[in-house]
Design a protein. Structure first.
Length: 170
C-alpha cells in the first residue's frame, strides 16, 4: 500500500506551526496510520486465506471420461505387455469401487514403469487418483487377466462407465 502526500499552499488565514514537537507528533500519527493500514491489509489477506482454506473446492465423485484420456492410450505398444499380466476387477460390488480404483491405479503405474512409450498413462492416472481415497472398506475383488494392454484399457473404460453410473444414482 502506498500513501501519496501532496503539498498545497496553506490558506491565507492559517497560522504557521513552528513547534518541532507538533511536527513530530504529526509524523508519528502518519506513521501509525500507515502501520495500521499495512496491518489491516495483512489481516484481510490472512482472513482471505483462512476462507479459502476453510472452503476447499468441492470435488465431484465422478470420473471425467475426457480427462481419463482413453483415446491417448490407443497408440501405446508395450513389448513386455504379456509379461505384465495386467488384471482388472470384474463384478465390482457397491462397497468395493474405491478398492477397484486403487487396483487400476497400481496396474497403470506398473505399465508406465515397464513400457517406454507409456507417457500418456499419466493423464489417466491423474484422473483416477483425483477421486481415489486411501480409506478402504473390506471387500473381495475377483480379477480377470488381460492378454493385451488394449484389453486392459477397454476393461478400465467399462469400469469408469459403471463407476459413474453407480455414483450418479446416489
Amino acid at each position: 500500500m502506498q500513501i501519496h502526500v501532496t503539498a498545497s499552499p496553506p490558506p491565507e488565514d492559517a497560522t504557521p506551526i513552528s513547534s518541532p514537537r507538533l511536527l513530530q507528533a504529526d509524523r508519528v500519527i502518519l506513521q501509525e496510520g500507515l502501520r495500521a493500514d499495512q496491518e489491516g491489509v495483512a489481516v484481510q489477506e490472512a482472513q482471505k486465506e483462512d476462507v479459502l482454506r476453510a472452503a476447499p473446492f468441492a470435488t465431484p465423485h465422478l470420473l471425467s471420461m475426457e480427462a481419463l484420456g482413453f483415446e491417448l492410450l490407443d497408440g501405446i505398444t508395450c513389448e513386455k505387455e504379456k509379461d505384465l499380466n495386467l488384471t482388472s476387477p470384474k463384478n465390482v460390488e457397491d462397497n468395493c469401487y474405491n478398492a477397484a480404483l486403487g487396483h487400476y491405479i497400481r496396474e497403470f503405474k506398473r505399465t508406465a514403469a515397464s513400457c517406454p512409450d507409456a507417457e500418456n498413462i499419466e493423464t489417466t492416472l491423474e484422473e483416477l487418483e483425483r477421486i481415489y481415497s486411501k480409506t478402504q472398506t473390506a471387500c473381495t475383488l475377483t480379477m480377470k487377466t488381460h492378454a493385451t494392454f488394449e484389453g486392459f484399457v477397454n476393461a478400465t473404460e467399462a469400469f469408469a462407465q459403471q463407476y459413474n453410473s453407480y455414483f450418479q444414482r446416489k
